[in-house]
Design a protein around this ligand. Structure first.
Ligand code: HSE
Length: 350
């Protein structure tokens, strides 16, 4: 099998970046043997965890050991430490930029600048950063096309569970008239744990420990994260052009353990339901807690598991259920996008 070595630069070494590097540390041989995919992770830039650049490639196992033992990579034994995120975007030595800084739903920054800069410098970009895709999808897509590179972002919705590429690639050609489901892992986890007897605060802490929550978890519990995902679904998968201000939004902060128990006594569960509906030429999006009957499929989607039903013309409803958040789970989204770039560049063959 012919192989290709990809030079990867990573911007952001939080939950997702670490999950991705953990996968790289475990799967090097499998990726080479199964897909002819070889890699050198040449640089990482993170203002808190540390930055390092080595053209010979950083060792993923050493990086993970440092993170596990020290919480940062500042003592990585080789390479230059005087680099920043823009060095990665502009380096001639990098083919693929992985942008996994925290989502900023107002400005998209710093991710938006990173992605623009990397595309302008003819790097393929893989991201799980929701801000830039929600705010500037069309501009970024055009920039990628203009520069002859790919922009992929499976991880922005349902982490590594196929959703974006499921529609864009596996179901290419369908029209999607409605999408409905649970798109935030943290809130679904909190609601599940409250049913099991945990307080809201303890459940949120546990969601943060497990790497589900956003850097500022207000984004999850107030429904902003789910809302931004509805914007992405509307604009990327349904041809819309809505903004977060168009989304009717309510979070779960007002829901008590008593509400959860009362619903259950009535054979219902409270779920934060996201919905995007095409009505003629316009698209309506909402995120709000709803009581669903226990025999409804979404009622039994528990913990950080998410679910989406796509209502399509050729296939009718298509439902996908799987992890919605998590370090390895979102790292998998990054990996699948990188392997897709590899597959395209290798002419569609592994
Ligand atoms: N904070 C998000 C969630 C992460 O809980 O779903 C995945 O987008």
């Amino acid at each position: 099998m012919s192989t290709k070595t990809w030079r990867i630069g990573l911007i952001g070494f939080g939950n997702v970046g670490q999950g991705f590097v953990r996968i790289l540390a475990n799967k090097r041989d499998i990726l080479k043997n199964r897909y002819g995919f070889e890699f050198k992770l040449v640089g990482i830039a993170d203002p808190i965890k540390g930055s390092v650049y080595d053209p010979d490639g950083l060792d993923p196992k050493t990086l993970i050991k440092l993170i596990d033992e020290k919480g940062n990579i500042k003592d990585y034994p080789k390479g230059r430490k005087d680099i920043d995120s823009l060095t990665i975007c502009r380096s001639d030595d990098i083919d693929i930029v992985v942008e996994v800084t925290p989502t900023n739903i107002k400005t998209g920054e710093p991710g938006l600048t990173h992605i623009r800069e990397a595309l302008k410098n003819k790097k393929h970009v893989v991201t799980s950063n929701k801000g830039p895709i929600a705010l500037a999808y069309r501009e970024l897509k055009e920039l990628a096309v203009k520069n002859g590179v790919m922009l992929r972002f499976e991880g922005v919705v349902l982490s590594g569970t196929p959703s974006i590429n499921l529609v864009l690639e596996s179901m290419a050609g369908v029209d999607v008239s409605k999408v409905e489901g649970i798109v935030n892992g943290t809130t679904n986890f909190i609601l599940t744990k409250m049913e099991e007897g945990l307080t809201y605060e303890d459940a949120l802490k546990e969601a943060q420990r497990l790497g589900y929550a956003e850097a500022d978890p207000t984004a999850d519990v107030e429904g902003w994260d789910a809302a931004i995902k509805t914007v992405i679904i509307a604009n990327v998968l349904m041809g819309g052009s809505i903004t977060i201000n168009d989304v009717e939004r309510e979070g779960i902060t007002k829901i008590t353990r008593e509400d959860v128990r009362r619903a259950l006594n009535n054979r219902k569960r409270i779920k934060l339901i996201a919905r995007v509906v095409r009505e003629g030429d316009s698209i309506k999006a909402s995120v709000k807690p709803e009581e669903v009957d226990l025999n409804h499929p979404l009622a039994n989607v528990m913990g950080a598991i998410n679910a989406l039903t796509f209502y399509t013309d050729h296939l009718g409803p298509v439902t996908i259920i799987g992890p919605g958040a998590g370090r390895i789970e979102t790292g998998q989204a990054i990996l699948s996008d990188i392997l897709a770039i590899h597959r395209y560049i290798m002419g569609g063959r592994y």
